[in-house]
Design a protein around this ligand. Structure first.
Ligand SMILES: [Zn+2]
Length: 264
């Protein structure tokens, strides 16, 4: 009896154990299935993250330039139609250009720090720069201009034609940006000629890319002669300060940029 009841108990226990194992296994399977399904869902939900991000229009910078005070010294406009004023010249404080970059020339003291930084940065990048022109007095400009006019007269042009042609190469006295002390002609020691070939040098490539970081713009870009009255000059850089990168990126010449500002 005792043996029978013990074997009955054992049978009950083993069937209970089998049930338990069965339950555990089915629970485990359910868990695996659930987990797998969940993972698949997670993976399948990934492409949703690849959808284009929602564009926050508040972060897009407008192509419309910001309003600036055009009467500020760094925005002085000197060109064919806008001669420099005697007042501006009288208030100029000139300092020598940094040493080691060509002849000792003069610039407005307010642009010296950034000019010096730009020249040092070029040197650190292994690029040699040579400043061949900076501030020019009206008298000196008169000499340069008259020489250019004589050159054109010798080519057989009439006086009127000679003056007009000369003005696209050398600004009329009083109308040169060099009177402001904010403009420089920068070339390379190995390429001191002011010609279009300067744009093939690594000095030009460096200046074109980096000069806006120091407040300078390429003042007479290609295809802007109708507006600037000046031929393309890959060597002529003009200080404008903080807006240099924006002006450069806009593809506008200074006259166009200023007229856009005036429309705001
Ligand atoms: Zn120049």
């Amino acid at each position: 009896m005792v043996t029978k009841s013990r074997s009955l108990t054992l049978n009950k226990l083993s069937s209970l154990l089998i049930k338990l194992i069965g339950l555990t296994l089915s629970g485990l399977m359910l868990y695996i299935l659930f987990k797998r399904n969940f993972l698949v869902k997670s993976v399948s939900s990934k492409p949703a993250n690849l959808q284009p991000p929602v564009i926050n229009t508040k972060n897009i910078t407008s192509s419309q330039p910001e309003q600036i005070d055009l009467s500020s010294w760094q925005y002085i406009l000197v060109n064919y139609d806008h001669p420099v004023t005697q007042e501006f010249i009288d208030n100029l404080k000139l300092v020598n250009t940094p040493e080691g970059y060509g002849p000792q020339l003069k610039v407005d003291e307010r642009i010296y720090p950034q000019l010096e930084q730009m020249l040092s940065a070029a040197k650190a990048d292994g690029v040699e720069l040579y400043i061949c022109s900076a501030f020019r007095s009206v008298d000196y400009q008169t000499k340069l201009f008259n020489n250019k006019v004589d050159e054109q007269l010798n080519r057989g042009l009439s006086k009127e034609q000679a003056i007009e042609e000369a003005a696209s190469w050398v600004a009329k006295p009083g109308c040169s940006e060099h009177h402001t002390g904010l403009a420089l002609d920068i070339v390379a020691p190995s390429h001191r000629t002011l010609d279009d070939d300067f744009e093939t040098t690594n000095a030009f490539a460096w200046l074109y890319k980096n000069s806006p970081k120091y407040g300078f713009i390429l003042r007479y870009p290609k295809n802007k002669k109708d507006i600037t009255h000046v031929n393309y000059e890959p060597w002529h850089f003009r200080f404008v300060g903080d807006k240099a990168q924006e002006i450069t990126d806009s593809g506008l010449c200074l006259e166009e940029y200023f007229s856009k500002i005036k429309q705001i």
